[in-house]
Design a protein around this ligand. Structure first.
Ligand SMILES: Nc1ncnc2c1ncn2[C@@H]1O[C@H](COP(=O)(O)OP(=O)(O)O)[C@@H](O)[C@H]1O
Ligand SMILES: [Mg+2]
Length: 355
């Protein structure tokens, strides 16, 4: 019995069932049509246009053009498309469905609307966000367009999700995904990095244990600019496959890490990126009601250098830094790990100093 199927009551959508086994929806049109029909999204005889969307490494993402408009179908792949061998349990798509539904109730403007869930095929249907009016924040940042207003609001968005979920008694049970979080985040980032840096092993494995022990709120787990679209009403957060009841400091550090990496890649925008880093941190801090804000900031400040090093030597290395920039980032990250910063501004001062 799939407990998720029993609990499935999507907002405005219907649960769909089908025969088991992995069916790749990008290859099996019949299965895709059955899914859409079961969800009440496509009429009998309707023959929608289907387009594969690129960009994701872990999923099949389809744009389906229906008479009623476009929808987006996302299905988790059993193996991620990255260089190092990295298998991920496909049931992570259920964490994403639950996250979309939970956060859709808190901040409906900042997540795609969940339209249907297909438990058997491990797929979800959500609102399609047209690229013409939804810019990918990663591309924008690398192009030197920071969108500081919408970007700074990510501090409030994350803070509100964490604060709301921290006081929701259902979060712990509904997002009890420790194994997924370990397989998708802690192992490929920190455990892998500890293999490449044996002298930091105790520290990095200590962070793993500490993160696992701090269960406070609903963590997204992949708050990266590549998973943030900037639309007419602001930032929209995608890709919640790593969602877990866990340490909210992880999300904050994960996002801020991307701003440090962008500053390494684009020194000409480093000062503006530093200001954005500070803005997000300050705005986030105002929402911390579930614990001592200094305790959370301490965990974020210690996770951040480890995440920085993990994007150089972990299983998901950053692709936009030159060899020289990678080496410089490694040096800074190692220095920060050994110096033990307690505050985010201490990390910023070393990793993206005023120039
Ligand atoms: N609801 C959506 N509407 C439009 N495009 C989307 C939608 N969801 C995802 N995409 C596109 O697919 C890309 C990958 O999606 P994402 O959920 O991040 O998958 P992955 O887990 O493979 O990274 C996004 O960066 C975006 O370009
Ligand atoms: Mg993604």
């Amino acid at each position: 019995v799939d407990r998720r199927a029993a609990g499935a009551a999507p907002l405005g959508g219907r649960a769909v069932t089908s025969i088991g086994g992995f069916v790749d929806l990008s290859l099996d049109r019949t299965a895709l049509l059955a899914l859409l029909r079961g969800a009440g999204l496509v009429a009998v005889g309707e023959d929608p246009q289907v387009q594969s969307l690129t960009g994701g490494v872990s999923s099949t993402i389809l744009r389906v053009t229906l008479r009623s408009g476009d929808v987006c179908v996302k299905q988790a792949l059993p193996k991620l498309r990255v260089a190092k061998d990295w298998h991920a349990p496909t049931d992570r798509v259920f964490a994403e469905m639950d996250w979309l539904e939970a956060v859709g109730r808190i901040l409906p403007q900042h997540v795609p609307r969940l339209l249907a869930r297909d438990v058997e095929r491990g797929a979800l249907v959500m609102e399609y966000l047209a690229p013409a009016c939804h810019l990918n924040w990663k591309s924008e940042l690398l192009g030197g367009r920071l969108h500081a207003k919408a970007g700074g609001a990510m501090g409030d968005i994350l803070g509100r999700i964490h604060a709301h979920s921290a006081q929701d008694p259902n979060t712990a049970q509904r997002f009890d995904h420790d194994a997924n979080f370990f397989a998708l985040r802690l192992e490929p980032y920190f455990v892998e990095t500890s293999r490449q840096h044996p002298d930091l092993r105790d520290h990095l494995l200590g962070l793993v244990a500490r993160t696992q022990a701090n269960k406070h709120a609903l963590v997204h787990g992949d708050v990266s600019p590549k998973n943030i679209l900037l639309g007419p009403v602001g930032a929209i957060l995608l890709d919640a496959e790593c969602a877990c009841h866990g340490d909210p400091a992880f999300d904050l550090a994960f996002l801020l890490n991307h701003l440090l990496l962008k500053a390494m890649a684009r020194p000409v925008h480093a000062a503006a990126l530093a200001a954005l880093f500070t803005d997000i941190g300050q705005r986030y801090r105002r929402h911390i009601t579930w614990e001592d804000p200094d305790a959370l900031e301490f965990r974020a400040a210690t996770l951040l250098p480890a995440l920085l090093l993990a994007r150089i030597d972990g299983k998901s290395p950053v692709e936009y830094l030159s060899e020289t920039q990678r080496a410089a980032t490694r040096t800074v990250a190692r220095h920060l790990i050994t110096s033990g910063p307690k505050r985010l501004n201490e990390v910023l001062a070393v990793a993206n100093p005023p120039r």
